[in-house]
Structures are given as structure tokens and as C-alpha cells.
Design a protein around this ligand. Structure first.
Ligand code: MG
Length: 164
């Protein structure tokens, strides 16, 4: 069995009155991400982790924010397209782990929905998709609610065709 690991990182600035999407789920929040897409910073970091595992570059390369095609795009579509790239070469997800750093709002009520949503897009179970949320104890740009920061790790496997 071949395995590969990748990590991803993304930040978006936050502003009042914008919708907040995280992990494919609409979060009830007075602040949301400033972005060319729907601003789902969690999915963006996850996409970069998946792409990174196979050294396929980053989402900026595949979905440039200068392109009208991706203006306001639902990031769930980007995640599905990343999965298409991965699956085309025979790889599948072993597990992913996503950590969202955000001072407010509280994300705990949305964690299960985020896990289930991203799992369904990736064609795996929610048990393979970890989502964690943390504040930064009011320190830094995250702590001042100026931005949202996400770290992601993805492990992929490719079954050895000899033993299938
Ligand atoms: Mg982004």
C-alpha cells in the first residue's frame, strides 16, 4: 500500500455582514470571510492538504482567484474537483484532520455537520474526517476577529494493484 501525507493552510480576513461558510456549512454569524469564492477557508485548507499529498500544487494554481469562473463559487465544488484529480490517479482518503482557529462565533454546534458534509463530498465516512475548533485566547489577528485561520492534514492511500 502506498500512502501520502499533505498539509494545508489558509487565512481569510473577516468583515461584518458577510456570510460565513466553514466545512461546507453555513454558520450563523455576524461576521464572514472576505473572498473571491464563498470564502470557505476550512475547505480551502483541506483542498491544499489533499493536493499537497500528491504534490499537485495548490488551489490558487487550480482555481485562480483572478478567474470569473470561480467568483462566488461554492467551495464544495472546488473540493469535489480536487477529489476528481486525486481519484483519477487511483488515490483515496484515509483520513483528514482540520483545525479552525477563530475567536467567534462558537463553532461547536456545527462540527458534526461540517464533518458529515466534507465526508460526503470526499466519498468517505465522517469517522475519517476530524474537525476541531479553537480560539487563540484573543491573541493576534484571529483573537481580534480580524481573520479566520485553518490548518489541515490529509492522508491518502493507493491500493497496490498487485494485491487487489
Ligand atoms: Mg482561501
Amino acid at each position: 500500500m502506498n500512502i501520502r501525507i499533505g498539509n494545508g493552510y489558509d487565512v481569510h480576513a473577516l468583515a461584518e455582514g458577510l456570510p460565513l461558510w466553514l466545512g461546507g456549512v453555513r454558520i450563523d454569524s455576524p461576521i464572514g470571510c472576505i473572498a473571491h469564492s464563498d470564502g470557505d477557508v476550512a475547505i480551502h485548507a483541506l483542498c491544499d492538504a489533499l493536493l499537497g499529498a500528491l504534490a499537485l500544487g495548490d488551489i490558487g494554481k487550480h482555481f485562480p482567484d483572478t478567474s470569473d469562473e470561480f467568483k462566488g463559487i461554492d467551495s464544495k465544488i472546488l473540493l469535489r474537483r480536487v477529489m476528481d484529480l486525486i481519484e483519477a490517479d487511483g488515490w483515496s482518503v484515509v483520513n483528514v484532520d482540520v483545525t479552525i482557529a477563530m475567536q467567534r462565533p462558537k463553532l461547536a454546534p456545527y462540527i458534526v455537520a461540517m464533518r458529515e458534509c466534507m465526508a460526503s463530498i470526499m466519498g468517505c465516512s465522517a469517522g475519517q474526517v476530524s474537525v476541531k475548533a479553537t480560539t487563540t485566547e484573543k491573541l493576534g489577528f484571529v483573537g481580534r476577529s480580524e481573520g479566520c485561520e485553518v490548518y489541515a492534514v490529509a492522508l491518502l492511500e493507493k491500493k497496490d494493484e498487485t494485491y487487489d
